[in-house]
Every structure is written in structure tokens, then in C-alpha cells.
Design a protein around this ligand. Structure first.
Ligand code: HEM
Length: 405
């Protein structure tokens, strides 16, 4: 095995997308914390350390002020302008207000009320997969899985169904934002995706102001940009773009990683088909075993000490969920995918003040999807799937060829 710096380089590579779990294992064996000098980034690999740091108020999220202060220069000004409105990139005290604005639209009763809609949309899309996969034909599951969370988010936000294909493409490009190292071409695609998404939302905001419907965009237009409101249309467009970003590639990753896990563990798929009440447990195990969010990065707001390693103010602290979830001190036999595992609950949605606002929705979507997929008579891989790259932060597929009959 190469030295830790070489291992971390391979995780961060913008081109290749290695299987990270061997790398994490090697890093865990080497130590609890690794400093990656080129980025002044400390990678934290174990579950207990990641969980404790999540609760530590000394860790901040990388808001736009920290970005400018550290002269990171990674993102152009218009992107920083947008992330200013995302709760996930705001620190207290600014954080609470933007979280509050979104929270009630994803309250438990609201999400539970969406279940019949999600079931209808998912059943219809996955019936199409069965139709296309009749008589042993190979189907790429990925485009179908990509449509599903976008259908749901479009319904919640009140976006025209005809816009769906364009949104899938644009948001997928913009999702490169989550990664740490990008090629020049990837960075241009990310910024282009951002600009197109902002232009799109500016049009939607204007349209909803003229013709409100009962969905989230209309509510936010009235509340935040109307009389007494605090946001310009451009700021609201930034907030909406962030919401779509938060809810799309992550959920697509969860669905794809789960479909892959079931296709490669037929005995687990059979168990789920026989006992569909295990769907929620299957979701928790997928979130642990192959988390769509592999890394959550923070910035040290004060000097920290982790496992005897001093972390200076301003350093990036990468909480490596993907590694923490395979930590044998937390999960016995961690590499085994087992939907009957007790206490599988993972770090995948974060914890504390930034805990994911969409976790209930994402869990529900995945439970519906996995219960459907487990009913496919002969779900199995039909060729080598291709992972999305880069894959340091978000772990998802680009193609997922399967047979379903
Ligand atoms: C499998 C799907 C998803 C995963 C794995 C995921 C993961 C995460 C993570 C790791 C965070 C940061 C938590 C922290 O730092 O403590 C987060 C925050 C957030 N997520 Fe999700 N997410 C998912 C789906 C969604 C969906 C569907 C939505 C929207 C409906 C959403 C909206 C948000 C928002 C608004 C925040 C910011 C909360 C705050 O900072 O107060 N997420 N998510």
C-alpha cells in the first residue's frame, strides 16, 4: 500500500474513482487522523472521533466569509453569492434564520403526506424499468433513478414537469460543487450548471409571483420577497438552487448505492421482498454500508486536538463518514451488507444544528424504491457499473446496467 499522502491523493483524484473502502481501511490502520499538507486538510477516519467532532461547536462550516478570508478562490463570486443563502454553509447566528425558513416545508407531517405521491411516481417509473427489461434485456437503471428524486423535488417546489430532463442535467453539473478537487473542465461545468440554474429559478420566481400555486416556491416568493420580505429575487434563486442541490445528487446516490447493494446481495433482496417491513432498516444499512455522502468538511474555528494531533485554526477538517461507517470499533463485521443489522444508524445526514432537513423525505423515497426493487424477480448486475467521478464527497453511479428478468 502507498503512503497515507498517496492514498489520500487517490481518494481526491478528479478523474479516477477508486473503490475507497480499501483506502479507508489502510488509513484507519495507520492512524486516527491524517494531515494532507497540500490542502491543509485533516482527515478524521473513526466513528467515535467523527461523531464527537460533529458535536463540537469549535468546528464551523465553510461560509462565504471564511472562503474570502482564506482567499481560497475556488469558486467565482456569483457562486459564493448563492451559497450565502444555504443553511448548510451558514454559521450561527445567521444559520438559524435560513434553516427556519425551509424547515416547516419539510416537517414530518408534510413529508408523510407526500408518501402516496412518491409511491405513485416511483411505482410508475420502476414499472417502466420492468417493461424495458422484459425477456432479459439489459437496462441502465441510473437515468430512471435520477428522475425519481427530481420528480419529488419538482412536486414539492412546484416546478413544471416538462422542465425535469433539463433540471436533472443542470443540477448534476452543479453538484460537482461538493467536490474538493476538480479539473478545469469540471469546474467550468459546475459554474455553468450554477449559472443556468440561477437563470432558471429567476424565471420561475417571476412566474410564481404572477401566478402563485400552493407549492414551496410560491410560499417563499410571498414570504421572502414580498412586502416586509428580506431577500432579493437573486438571493432567493440562490437558496432554491441550494435546496435542489442538497436534495438531488445525494438522494440519487442513496437510490443507486442501494440498488447496487441489493443487486449484488440477492439473499438480502429476497429477505426484503419477503418482509417489506424491513425497508426502513434496509435504508439505514445502505446509508451506512455505502453512504452517498462520504465526507463532510468543516473548518476549525479554534485550535483542536484529535487523538493527540493538534489542528490549527483555519484548517479544513474532513469527517470521513465512509470510513467511520466501516469502523470495526462501532460496527461488528463492518464490510458485511446486512439489512438485519441492529443499530445501523449512521452519520450520513450529519448531526447537530446542520442535521439534514431532507432526511425524512430521502429515507421515505429510498424505502419506497428499495421495496419496489426487491420485488423485481431477478435483479442483478449486467456489466460493470460506472461510478460518478470525482467521488471524494458524493458517492453515486453514472451508469448502472442491470437485468430484472
Ligand atoms: C440521501 C439523501 C441525503 C443525504 C445523504 C443528505 C445529507 C446531508 C448532510 C450530510 C447534511 C449536512 C449535515 C451536517 O453537516 O451536520 C445535509 C444538510 C442539509 N440537507 Fe440533506 N441530505 C440528503 C437529502 C436531502 C434532501 C432530499 C433535502 C431537501 C429536501 C436536503 C436538504 C438539506 C438541507 C436544507 C440541509 C442544510 C441543513 C442546515 O444546515 O441547517 N437533503 N444533508
Amino acid at each position: 500500500m502507498p503512503e497515507p499522502a498517496g492514498l489520500i491523493h487517490s481518494l481526491l483524484s478528479p478523474r479516477s474513482c477508486p473503490d475507497p473502502y480499501d483506502v479507508y481501511r489502510a488509513l484507519r490502520r495507520d492512524g486516527r487522523v491524517h494531515h494532507f499538507t497540500p490542502l491543509n486538510m485533516f482527515l478524521v477516519n473513526g466513528y467515535a472521533d467523527c461523531a464527537a467532532l460533529h458535536r463540537d461547536r469549535g468546528l464551523l462550516v465553510m461560509d462565504s466569509a471564511l472562503h474570502e478570508e482564506r482567499r481560497l478562490g475556488r469558486w467565482p463570486q456569483q457562486v459564493l453569492h448563492s451559497i450565502d443563502q444555504w443553511p448548510v454553509y451558514r454559521n450561527p447566528p445567521a444559520h438559524a434564520a435560513s434553516r427556519q425558513v425551509l424547515k416547516r416545508h419539510f416537517a414530518p407531517a408534510v413529508v408523510d403526506g407526500l408518501r402516496p405521491v412518491v409511491e405513485r411516481q416511483y411505482e410508475r417509473e420502476l414499472a417502466e424499468v420492468v417493461r424495458r427489461g422484459a425477456n432479459g434485456a439489459v437496462v441502465d437503471l441510473q437515468p430512471h433513478l435520477e428522475r425519481l428524486p427530481m420528480m419529488v423535488m419538482s412536486t414539492v417546489l412546484g416546478l413544471p414537469p416538462a422542465d425535469l430532463p433539463r433540471l436533472v442535467e443542470v443540477v448534476a453539473e452543479f453538484s460537482l460543487f461538493f467536490e474538493v478537487v476538480l479539473t478545469g473542465g469540471q469546474k467550468r461545468r459546475m459554474v455553468d450548471g450554477h449559472d443556468r440554474l440561477i437563470a432558471y429559478f429567476l424565471d420561475v420566481i417571476a412566474e410564481r409571483r404572477r401566478r402563485p400555486d400552493g407549492a414551496v416556491v410560491s410560499h417563499l416568493v410571498a414570504e421572502l420577497t414580498g412586502p416586509g420580505g428580506t431577500l432579493s429575487d437573486r438571493r432567493l434563486a440562490g437558496m432554491l438552487a441550494g435546496l435542489l442541490l442538497a436534495g438531488f445528487e445525494t438522494t440519487v446516490g442513496l437510490l443507486g448505492n442501494g440498488a447496487h447493494a441489493l443487486a449484488t446481495h440477492p439473499e438480502q433482496a429476497r429477505l426484503l421482498a419477503a418482509e417489506p417491513e424491513r425497508a426502513d432498516a434496509a435504508v439505514e444499512e445502505v446509508l451506512r454500508w455505502d453512504s452517498p455522502v462520504q465526507v463532510n468538511s468543516r473548518v476549525a474555528g479554534r485550535r483542536l486536538d484529535v487523538a493527540g494531533v493538534p489542528i490549527p485554526i483555519g484548517a479544513v477538517v474532513a469527517l470521513v463518514y465512509g470510513s467511520a461507517h466501516r469502523d470495526p470499533d462501532r460496527y461488528p463485521d463492518p464490510d458485511r451488507f446486512d439489512i438485519t443489522r441492529p443499530g445501523a444508524r449512521s452519520l450520513s445526514f450529519g448531526t447537530g444544528i446542520h442535521h439534514c432537513l431532507g432526511s425524512r423525505l430521502a429515507r421515505m423515497e429510498a424505502a419506497v424504491a428499495f421495496a419496489c426493487l426487491a420485488r423485481f424477480p431477478a435483479l442483478r448486475l449486467a456489466g460493470k457499473p460506472k461510478r460518478r467521478s470525482p467521488g471524494f464527497t458524493i458517492r453515486a453511479f453514472e451508469t448502472l446496467p442491470v437485468k430484472v428478468s
